[in-house]
Design a protein around this ligand. Sequence first.
Ligand SMILES: Nc1ncnc2c1ncn2[C@@H]1O[C@H](COP(=O)(O)OP(=O)(O)OP(=O)(O)O)[C@@H](O)[C@H]1O
Ligand SMILES: [Mg+2]
Length: 277
Amino acid sequence: MAPPAPRPEPAASEVPALEIPALEIPALDIDDLHVSVDDREILRGVSLKVEPGSLHALMGPNGSGKSTLANTLLASPEYVVTAGRILLDGADITDLPTDERARRGLFLGFQHPEEIPGVSVLNFLRQAIARRKGIDDFSVLEVRLSLIEWTKRLGMDNRFQERYLNEGFSGGEKKRNEVLQMAMMEPDVAVLDETDSGLDIDALRQVAAGIAEVRRARPHLGILAITHYQRLLEHLVPDVVHVLVDGRIVATGGPEISLEVEARGFEAFRAHEEARV
Ligand SMILES: Nc1ncnc2c1ncn2[C@@H]1O[C@H](COP(=O)(O)OP(=O)(O)OP(=O)(O)O)[C@@H](O)[C@H]1O
Ligand SMILES: [Mg+2]
């Protein structure tokens, strides 16, 4: 029996141009978010979208509302959303509690991580991962193995896991521990609040390398990194930079924006915003 004749290739002119569909659902979509604390409006209509796999940096002066945004993403009760929405992988999480957000893959690294005396790094992670995976009794062995792997990948001391969470940790250790948690929680979106604060140059480089390592292991992870300075961004080049001033995003662009901040300070952006209003 003769083999079926091959189908003729379409002529190049008949092949439709390949269009990249704009259908990709943002990993994190913050839509016109207004947030008040003690009846004072701190965020005044913040919108930004973090695509899967991308790294966004959020810069802004002291008191501009960066941590307010992070705390709101965490569903911290003092932060009241008065308008707008937060979507995680396309699902509205604005009214969901902290736990449920974490379970769906949102991770938050804190500006000032809390000390939890009596809870070891290992046990904390075991509980957090169990909640994230919806498994009550997550095996210690599995967590231990993953910890060994990640402490190695992040260049951390393996004895770390037995220590109580953040108790007596140096500033640098706290931040590296946040990166370790991020790695092990396997989130889809990570919001890192000043992961660079209080770090010396070497620790900064290590933390940046750690974040890059987690991104390699989880290519679809979307990251929103909050930072004051260009320093972190030299090691961790962002895809998009946003500048937040007085609770509003006043500029969005490529890495050149962070250089502009470094060169001209935030005042220039503030003046720009005032001229716009
Ligand atoms: N829990 C709170 N109670 C009262 N006021 C708050 C609270 N959280 C934030 N604010 C106020 O909201 C404003 C923004 O603070 P926020 O911590 O979000 O700034 P930030 O941009 O993170 O600053 P920094 O760069 O100094 O970390 C400040 O005026 C602050 O006092
Ligand atoms: Mg802050």
